[in-house]
Design a protein. Structure first.
Length: 92
């Protein structure tokens, strides 16, 4: 069992819960959970993915990047997707 060691632990747990809540399913308000399966399916259709299709690493990365760009759940946070398999540190 985990024992809390002060306010810093509570802040960490709140941040963890906030991140998890971004992936919850919320049909009513997708701004509360921008990375939920309904949002992924909606944006995935722009990438020629139908609901129920398999999303490989490249496809899900592009969809999550688009959702992050649209919803901005955290200030000063962006995602970089390297589409050709190369990582360019000047782009990160």
């Amino acid at each position: 069992m985990y024992r809390f060691h002060g306010n810093s632990d509570m802040r960490l747990i709140r941040k963890y819960n906030k991140i998890l809540s971004l992936f919850m399913d919320n049909i009513i308000d997708d701004k509360l959970s921008p990375f939920g399966i309904q949002s992924i399916a909606k944006v995935g259709m722009k990438y020629r993915k139908e609901p129920g299709d398999w999303y490989g690493p490249q496809a899900i990365s592009c969809v999550l990047k688009q959702l992050n760009k649209e919803c901005k759940p955290f200030p000063d946070f962006s995602m970089v997707v390297c589409t050709d398999g190369n990582i360019f540190f000047d782009k990160i």
